[in-house]
Design a protein around this ligand. Structure first.
Ligand code: ATP
Ligand code: MN
Length: 160
């Protein structure tokens, strides 16, 4: 049913929780998990010295998506990681089209927003405009540490 599942990540606990769901779904459907980090160039700005800043965000994105792909592969799920540049929701929608993604799994919230909003702005725009289903995942408030979550997944215990 699902062959290519996209998990946009900004390195937040919300994105990490989304990855956990995506890995479980991908294992069920024998699907590939695609991790994508978007360097938000508008938020970086266009002043002198921003090339360095963009590069450091790119490196952070490579680390985050590689870690996500490793977590998926540890669960015997095929995975890829990539970094794009631009406005996050547009880059996510472009990736959906270009790679034939059939499900997006993302956090209700991310790194930069306020919990009191129902949805982060990137997720809201993707939910509103994507042509494929979007599954949103809320990070467990008590489950802040990403490494704890990864450890839980490594144990491979059933949660039902
Ligand atoms: P806001 O950015 O609106 O102030 P927020 O940071 O809480 O609030 P979003 O940015 O919408 O909310 O983050 C929600 C989800 O969107 C994240 O969990 C992640 O899955 C995805 N996401 C956000 N930013 C990026 C990004 N730069 N690259 C890839 N995915 C992203
Ligand atoms: Mn954000």
């Amino acid at each position: 049913m699902y062959e290519d599942i996209l998990v946009p990540t900004d390195g937040s606990t919300g994105a990490s929780a989304a990855l956990g769901e995506a890995i479980e779904l991908a294992a069920q459907f024998d699907a590939t998990v695609h991790s994508l980090y978007v360097v938000d160039v508008a938020s970086v700005g266009a002043e002198a010295g921003t090339v360095d800043l963009v590069e450091s965000f790119e490196r952070m994105g490579e680390d985050a998506t590689e870690a996500a792909a490793t977590r998926a592969r540890d669960a015997d799920v095929e995975a890829t990681g990539s970094v794009a540049t631009g406005s996050p929701h547009r880059a996510i929608l472009d990736y959906v089209d270009d790679q034939g993604i059939d499900l997006v799994v993302m956090g209700t919230h991310g790194r930069t927003g306020l919990e009191r909003y129902l949805l982060g702005s990137v997720t809201e725009k993707v939910v509103r405009t994507a042509d494929v289903p979007v599954l949103t995942v809320r990070a467990d408030e008590e489950d802040g540490a990403e490494s704890d979550e990864a450890a839980d997944d490594d144990a491979g215990d059933e949660r039902t």
